[in-house]
Design a protein around this ligand. Structure first.
Ligand code: F7E
Length: 304
């Protein structure tokens, strides 16, 4: 049996829904976890304008429901009676909370100015996690993660939209790529490196929040240039700007200062931007060249 299959056979799935408090309490009671990672959210920023209320419920209030499930199952009363043991909690906070940035690069101390209903919901979850730590003494932390990508990224996000398009055009399966704002800048890193940081955050003596990013920022245009270069194409022959993909309010530039994570967690990203883009384009070329490679139509579409 392959290593991945062996690992998957060790995984037990238990149902729970961020909109259903009872289901989360049952899941925590049943599993009795040492650690809970809340990576669930409506995470596609444009969708948060078209489904703002749902985004608030899932991405914002969903955090409250997970924290409540942990509090109740740990026997911590609302008056802060010490509970049984400690379930450690990780919240996936986001660089989208910085939004219209007040300073650059951004640290744990940078003020928030979110620019989308998604960013606003993440700020709620972030402060709630901090509040449960302070109110109940829970080991609850937020990782403020900047954009993290991999070949498994959904096709609605720009990195994968570009890597898939470069691969499709190279293989003669498509001719054009329609994009929005090419001048927005992001601090893109490899998701695998960032998962290591999440795990490290939960095994510290003191629960604290950390910014996680590479400290290097690139425009969407340089992402496109790199991806098309890897595929042996000239991006200018294929990329078209389409106003349909421009957001009502944009986050122009993000760049992380992850000094605290470097010093206290000993965390360093191992993958550079150029290698990340190469990995994604090569993976999509392989995927699309394989028999039935496009059969899995779970590839997201950039729909609002
Ligand atoms: O957009 C620009 C777009 O959708 C990046 C989520 O994981 O990271 C992600 O949020 C940039 C934006 O990611 C297209 O305007 C141009 O400036 O890949 P994205 P995001 O919005 O930064 C943060 C950390 C999260 O927490 C989120 O959950 O690319 N852009 N043209 C485009 N973006 C998309 N999706 N499609 C375009 O055609």
């Amino acid at each position: 049996m392959s290593k991945v299959r062996q690992q998957l056979s060790d995984v037990r799935l238990v149902r729970g829904d961020l909109l259903d408090q009872g289901s989360l309490i049952s899941a925590v009671e049943r599993v009795q976890p040492d650690e809970v990672y809340n990576l669930a959210a409506i995470s596609y920023v444009p969708m948060s304008w078209s489904q703002a209320e749902l985004t608030g419920e899932v991405t914002g209030l969903g955090v409250l429901r997970v924290l409540e499930a942990i509090r109740v199952c740990s026997g911590i009363s609302a008056s802060r009676t010490p509970g049984r043991g400690q379930i450690r909690f990780y919240q996936a906070s986001s660089s989208e909370m910085f939004g219209q940035v007040r300073e650059s690069p951004q640290t744990e101390g940078t003020a928030f100015h979110p620019r989308s209903p998604y960013g606003v919901a993440k700020v709620y979850g972030h402060f709630l996690t901090q509040n449960y730590r302070e109110s109940y003494g829970m080991y609850a932390v937020s990782g403020i993660l900047f954009n993290h990508e991999s070949p498994r990224r959904g096709a609605e996000f720009v990195s994968r939209k570009v890597s898939l398009a470069a691969a499709k055009i190279k293989l003669g399966l498509d001719r054009q790529l329609r994009l929005g704002n090419l001048s927005a800048s992001r601090d893109w890193g490899f998701a695998g490196d960032y998962v290591r940081a999440m795990q490290l955050m939960l095994v510290q003596e003191q629960p604290e929040d950390y910014v996680i990013g590479t400290g290097v920022t690139h425009t969407v245009q340089s992402l496109v240039e790199r991806a098309f270069e890897v595929a042996g194409l000239n991006w200018r022959d294929h990329v078209v700007c389409d106003a349909a993909f421009i957001r009502p309010a944009e986050v122009d530039q993000l760049c992380a200062d992850a000094s605290k994570a470097r010093q206290r967690l000993g965390w360093e990203p191992a993958t550079k931007f150029e290698d990340l883009v190469t990995m994604m384009v090569e993976s999509d070329l392989e995927l699309l060249s394989a028999p039935g490679g496009l059969a899995d139509d779970s590839f997201g579409h950039d729909v609002w």
